[in-house]
Design a protein around this ligand. Sequence first.
Ligand code: WQD
Length: 352
Amino acid sequence: MKKILVTGGCGYIGSHTIVDLIENGFEVICVDNNVRSSPRILEGVEKITGKKIKNYKVDLCNYDDTFAIFQENDNIAGIIHFAAFKSVGESVEQPLLYFENNLQSLINLLKCVQEFEIPYFVFSSSCTVYGNPDIVPVTEMTPPKPAESPYGYTKQMGEQIINEFSKAAAKTKCILLRYFNPVGAHPTILIGEMPIGRPANLVPAITQTAIGKLPQMQVYGDDYDTRDGSCIRDFIHVCDIAHAHTLGLEFLLAKKNTKKCEVFNLGTGNGVTVLEAIKAFEKVSGVKLNYAIGPRRPGDVIAIYANNDLAKKQLGWKPHYSLEEMMSTAWRWEQKLKADEKFYNGKFSELN
Ligand code: WQD
């Protein structure tokens, strides 16, 4: 069984990807320092897969501690790198925290990839690298525009670092996966998204408002040049994103890559407005959402959605979940969090 090292495996997309990897015959170890996640999410992974996942509670910014993981596991067949800070707003307030954390951890990891000649490296990137595109849908060839935040710059820089590394590293092939807007929860509702504090992202803000955790949510602007005035996004189910990572590894293992560093968009290809997303939630939940139209949010991209032909053609990937299923799993997960408040509530440090 091929052993895969997943960094940030206690996070939202990382935990869903571990489930998919195990269900597709891979062995998985996790590295997560749990400063922005709880190791208890792995209990949900174990309930779904029947496998207990070993987590190395290590900060990848510490090179020696990271190196020690590779010394202890001499048969790592590939790495999927999720671990990073990802709040757009926080990155604007604390740019150096983001550049140090997201880039130092990546460089340490790549140094170990080089030292231990790890053959395959998959990087969690983002549609943020496109900035505010002039034309949609965006393809992998759409030239990146200036990022809208330091977080976005860490993804753009991360891609450049990996690209240059892959040219020099004879033994390693890389894939960059550009996620659009991951939403929803695993259909078993045993794992899902666990935002810390007030959620910045749309769907957790919707579900927390619907369940009464937030009194009201704001739609950040309805005066954009779009069909209903609100921004357009490409919402994609987290399980569709997760499966793309498994297919990406299998693509590399089968030596189907034609470049040392391949790039793929992971979106449904459907642009959905914020107000349409709210209507879809109301339809599946039966809840009338309490929202108000507020001012635009600085840095927001007006419209972005994916051309996903390359991932379909090269990886054999196809998004399966509908917008309604994204909303229904997100809602069921929010209801589960409320029911298990003692388990999930409070700071993650109390859960460790
Ligand atoms: C979506 C739309 C908001 C909250 C982020 C990251 C990106 C990627 C996906 C990682 C916008 C509107 C939101 C609210 C609202 N992450 N909104 N009220 O900004 O598109 O992208 O997540 O890969 O890197 O930047 O996602 O969910 O924050 O916003 O009206 O309370 O919903 O204005 O138009 P975003 P988001």
